[in-house]
Design a protein around this ligand. Sequence first.
Ligand code: GLN
Length: 196
Amino acid sequence: MSTQPAETRPKVVGVLALQGGFAAHSRILRRLGAEPREVRVPSDLEGLDALIIPGGESTVMTLGVEREGLAGPLRDLVRTGTPVLGTCAGMIMLDRDHLDLLDVGTRRNAFGRQLHSFEADLDIAGVEGGPVHAVFIRAPWVAELGPGVQILASVDGHPVAIRENNVLAVSFHPELAGETRLHELLLAGNGLWRHG
Ligand code: GLN
């Protein structure tokens, strides 16, 4: 049996699939020629080239992570440099109070009751080709951040797109607007980032 060389095989991208909007991310990954893999138990993390933590409900996702014993294996994967994209609840899951993979504190549902949902065109540092159409749904913002965290975009002075080393997190849903550039950055790994 011959194995394909690493350069030509599709990248295998895990999408945490305990709860929330994982299916839309898988569709985008397939469109970009990658192979999505739904992650529900630790063995699903083996051999991943990248990982997405989708939006949803961070409290429910946290219970699922605890139930399945995923916290340690997720931390190991990310701390060894695997590129990660977290969106909305995914950003919350990565913060200091959850998986502690981003040196940030997030504020949940930060944009207030009147503003459960809104859309905005955002210029994001490192993303070329014009503004990103961003869909915010009961979105968090970054309330505190450590010195190693870069702010890539803000709304009303509050960071909504950040990066620390191999971890990229946005408080909106790129996958609901047909936006693929953040997924492309994830697939390119860290080489594409010119702002590091
Ligand atoms: N409000 C949700 C939470 O606190 C996040 C919303 C989302 O992912 N769209 O987890």
